[in-house]
Design a protein around this ligand. Sequence first.
Ligand code: NAP
Length: 281
Amino acid sequence: MILIDGKKVAAELREELKGEVSQLKKQHNKIPGLTVILIGDLTPSQIYVRNKERSAKEVGLNSEVIKYPDSVEEKTVLEKIKELNVDATVSGILVQLPLPKHIDKQKVIETIDPSKDVDGFHPMNVGNLSSGYESSIPCTPLGCYLLIKKIEPNISGKKAVIVGRSNLNGKPMTQLLLKENCTVTITHSKTKDLKSECLQADIIVAAVGIPELVKGDWVKKDAIVIDVGINKTEKGIVGDVNFNEVSKKAKALTPVPGGVGPMTIACLLKNTIECFKRSQI
Ligand code: NAP
């Protein structure tokens, strides 16, 4: 079984992006810039944002974090986004989720200029992705996609089963695999027989949030299994896939942690650079 080393692949991607940034700097005399808006003092959000900032600096991007207290008015945040939308030094804008209850997430997402939407959540990017046009792609599914392609460059005609239909993970994952000519089944909490759906899959992507939901006897021999889940349990952080059982069946499997997680931030940097490149055309 191949243990898919997300840390290693993400480090290679960051190295590649670093080279690209220095090339772009020579070519345009400018550096792509990522601005993150962080609202409130939730510890996980603060950790994510700190890691994003560190990684952005590591590859040579300009990086800025704008912090607001929990009590900030929605209007202030929307005004700031509008300012960043017209700031030529800003290539990508990310508003760290979740937001305090009084701030409308959808309004925030829709205020970001789609050409600077590094999370790929703006409806225009969602639509472009599902129409097969160029778009920003949500970072976690993009990371999963790159890991799958690393294991198997040609996945045309493969049967893929996506467990979970969130806008963040399952739905964009479906679009990415469809574009690669996979036959894709998307499953969710109302799916009648999840085990038999999974058993047909050459590729499984689990993005559910239920610890070790996908069992060994749900997986066809030699399937590629990507585990997006991050679940805190008594025995520590586990994924949505039962690692011990599935590792005996799968051809390749991502560990948790160290699989999909590291790819997410690397893909955010990739998206920032892509936004910059599109803005220079
Ligand atoms: P989410 O928005 O809560 O969506 C979960 C999806 O799973 C929903 O579509 C839900 O179906 C489906 N589901 C729930 N119970 C199910 C069941 N018993 N059988 C089949 N499907 C079921 O979650 P998310 O934001 O996509 O996140 C999923 C997991 O990924 C979480 O553990 C999260 O922490 C992790 N995550 C990891 C990263 C990373 O960088 N590695 C990034 C983001 C998220 P319904 O639509 O019917 O409710």
